[in-house]
Design a protein around this ligand. Sequence first.
Ligand code: LLP
Length: 424
Amino acid sequence: MDHFEYRDGVLHAEGVNLVELADTIATPFYCYSTATLQHHYSVLQNACKQVGLTDTLICYSVKANSNLGVIATLAQLGAGADIVSLGELHRAQTAGIAPEKIVFSGVGKTDAEMAAGLEADIQQFNVESLAELDQLASIADRLGKKARVALRVNPDVDAGTHEKISTGKAENKFGIAWEDAEHAYAHAAALPSLDPCAIDIHIGSQITDLAPFKTAFEKTADLLARLRAAGLTITQLDLGGGLGVPYQRNNETPPDPLAYARLIAENFGDSGCRIVLEPGRLITANAGILVTRVIRSKRGQAKNFMIVDAAMTELLRPTLYGAYHDIDLVQESNASTSMWDVVGPACESGDFLGLERNLPELEPGALLAVFSAGAYGAVLGSSYNTRPAAPEVLVDGTRHDVVRARPSYQDMLTGEKIPDWLTD
Ligand code: LLP
């Protein structure tokens, strides 16, 4: 569900006409819808309430879209944050998320990141190895702090998703092996500056079937019972993110958040634990589009190419994962269609936004919208070919604000220099 709709043949983001917006902001640009962000957040929140999960904390996974305007919109709704770096901690706090709503995930936290999280007194560290436990304990000792810790355990479940975004299998780098979990908790409990009060799992992303969640939750419920039997006080369960979204907007039905919440309630409703969730894509994917203009079209012998001004440098997902994103005209047309590969100007054969798309032959300057680009879109951008990052625009009703400006070429060179020996 999103708030990008055609009105009189022109695509609008809520009340904002995207042809007019594209005339004021040079393409390519990202456009996010506040109403869609609010909708997705509240669907999940209401689903939890509806199944009787009263003590929940939705920690938006900032990596999916870390624009300050987006995080601040969610912060106003009461969201916490799931972060994986000092930079994301800084963003989350700048956007107004209170430290007691921040969980720190990630397999490679550095000393500096641990110290900053401890100083900020964040809610929880999700720890992924014994070595990381020891490291966190020694930094907490030094700072005179006690760290609330969840061990991220790897339930060895196949999430049935793309191999590059599967995290809960034994061969993935994430988490503590299931068989080692009890030993790791005992180890943590013996360290006075740690409070191992939580369990954390995250089995992957864009999961379109509830079955892997069910298996992982059942294993987690079993681990919870064993840890409690061993005398640990576990008060919090962090179930990660990963719920999939429809990328083919009219043709895909990923699991309903209500069914997901019901599964959580069935497994943990009477656990007495607070439930922490770390959704990223679910909240932001369909709340964002990438608007791009046609540079020119080129009919080839084997293929027709629609060359647009957005590239893998703006939206990497098609190139990296072969991911599918709907691509539609911003101004509807009745012209006859043919098959086109929609490609960018970057110097890589793998640079495409969509293959074999049924579109009319468009004039230079025509606008296209690439849908479901609000998660893992702008954040995965690069400046390859010295292409400036696409600006990001947040819409709310009929108003809009540029929440990240396009850098100038001068901005892009800031920090670089010609070495002294070439200029002396
Ligand atoms: N929690 C942890 C520990 C994670 O590693 C992730 C995502 C999330 C939460 C949020 O997952 P989500 O609800 O968004 O599925 N770049 C890839 C996705 C990478 C996901 C990384 N971890 C893509 O574009 O599909």
